[in-house]
Design a protein around this ligand. Sequence first.
Ligand code: URA
Length: 229
Amino acid sequence: MRLDRFISETTGLSRKESSKVVQSAEVTVDGVVQKKGAFKVPQDATVIWNGEHLQRMGPIYLMINKPLNCVCANHDSAHITVFAHLDIPISDKLHTVGRLDLDTSGLLLITDDGQWSHRITSPKYKCPKVYHAWLAEPLNAADIEAFAQGLQLTGETTLTAPAVLDIINEREALVHVHEGRYHQVRRMFAAVGNNVVKLHREQVGPLSLDADLTPGDYRFLTAAEVALF
Ligand code: URA
């Protein structure tokens, strides 16, 4: 990898800033000052800047308890992004694994490993997600059957895939879906004449939101958790 890119990836500096740092003779590679951004950094080289040994991180996998009122995007002019909650210099290289609405909270996975997130979001893998929904109107037993049969969402040409609706009480339910259509859960309830007043994701595949994470908190996944997908 080029030295300027290496500096950028390990420090969070922009490519332009990294080039300046390199040109100013501030960086050594294996003890030798390197002033060319295009210099190819050998695999196990020791790169030092400002007395700090810079090392590339492996892929990043984390879960965050997404708070309300932040968007699943790297940049947004109107709202803060989920990445504002992370204390990671390279958060620009990360992406959210699928999206939760501005007004949905709960389990959100973040990574820089595109293949891993593809296995969670691609319809091909049918990865289940569990949402806790609070409803404006009372639920009824017919809703369970309607969710199981598939629902006709406004503007869609195909029915939703069979989903499981577990009624907790008159106005609360768990919904198990393995599709990720736009506003899917809210639109499913709209299709049975109801209205979601609060939505929280509890589970993605076999992974549940860590109960120790308060809204906005995050933690890195363990190797065993990463291997679940
Ligand atoms: N379904 C929704 O309607 N919203 C979400 O944020 C996630 C699933």
